[in-house]
Design a protein around this ligand. Structure first.
Ligand code: DGY
Length: 323
């Protein structure tokens, strides 16, 4: 039996690409250049499966390609707001993602951002590297203590819970959260986490706010000028979710007028572009969407995407089907 043709839109770690080549008639993106709209449309016309990733725009136009051959999108990544899900449903295309395997690494990045921005680590590193450091002194580069403070989580899914675990059990932080679909009571108990009825309550109470909601229409600019105005003076915001959950202009204003003390960002509106004003701010830690970027996790993500596509072609229900 001939192997199904599977187009993988970007380079994957070697082990995952090798397995894809073994199982499928896999077409790899050797040069790792983002595929254009036209190339993605051609992929829809020529392959039974396409494995896109979070930086590909799988729009209704891409999914509208005719004649359509693609039956499944085996996304490499947990977030799928870059895929027009309604269009995929209309075209009867199965969509899968890669949850679980990136939970810890993404929570680690959120923790890193929180610690770095609170303790001025990025600024300190730049200070040393630019040879400005003149030596230890009691008032030099004082930051904010993290241990014992209140961490407010917007969204309490897998990554938020992993962050809560690290922050509570490792740093003695008090955890508050808001999620319309809260975790089971035993998980909340183990984290000694306190639910709040609204995002507003979390913002008013937290010393550090970390965003863990999905991207998309429902959460677009969830954190806007009015909500920044509710945050405690001296509080910090951490975003490892999706860039457009925060209104960038409102963030810049809140940082400039001192409403908040700093921000740790792994994701951006319109990334990979980053707003010039953010680039110039010392109290902002900026990462290039590193959430899941460990070798172990990226291999596991590739394997999980392959598992889903393989299951589909074997006539089984893919484990991580979202549509
Ligand atoms: C995802 O999987 O959605 C992440 O953003 C990639 O790190």
């Amino acid at each position: 039996m001939s192997k199904p043709k599977v187009i993988i839109t970007r380079r994957w770690p070697e082990a995952a690409e090798a397995r894809a080549k073994d199982l499928f008639d896999a077409v790899l993106n050797e040069h790792d250049q983002p595929m254009t709209k036209e190339e993605l449309q051609e992929a829809m016309r020529t392959a039974e499966a396409v494995c896109p990733t979070v930086s590909d725009n799988i729009s209704a136009e891409v999914l509208g390609a005719e004649p359509l051959k693609c039956r499944i999108l085996g996304n490499f990544g947990v977030g799928f707001n870059h895929i027009d899900i309604d269009a995929a449903k209309d075209r009867d295309i199965v969509v899968t993602n890669t949850p679980d395997v990136l939970t810890d690494c993404t929570a680690d990045i959120a923790m890193t951002l929180m610690l770095m921005v609170a303790r001025r680590a990025g600024e300190g590193e730049r200070h040393v590297r630019s040879r400005q450091w003149t030596g230890w002194r009691p008032t030099h580069m004082m930051g904010t203590k993290v241990t014992g403070k209140t961490l407010g989580l917007i969204g309490m899914g897998r990554i938020a819970r992993a962050m809560a675990h690290k922050a509570h059990h490792g740093f003695g932080m008090k955890i508050i959260f808001c999620d319309p679909y809260p975790p089971p009571p035993e998980i909340i108990r183990n984290l000694d986490a306190r639910p709040r009825d609204s995002i507003e309550e979390v913002l008013q109470e937290a010393d550090f706010v970390s965003l863990h909601c999905p991207g998309g229409k429902e959460t677009y600019h969830l954190i806007n000028e009015d909500r920044f105005a509710l945050m405690k003076r001296g509080a910090f915001i951490i975003n490892s979710a999706r860039g457009d959950v925060i209104d960038t202009k409102a963030l810049i204003a809140a940082l400039k007028n001192g409403r908040i003390a700093g921000a740790g960002l792994d994701v951006y509106e319109g990334e990979p572009k980053v707003h010039e004003e953010l680039l110039a701010m010392e109290n902002v830690v900026l990462f290039p969407h590193l959430g899941s970027a460990s070798l172990e996790t990226r291999i596991a993500m590739g394997m999980r995407a392959i598992d889903n596509v393989q299951a589909y072609f074997e006539g089984k229900e893919p484990r991580d089907r979202v549509v």
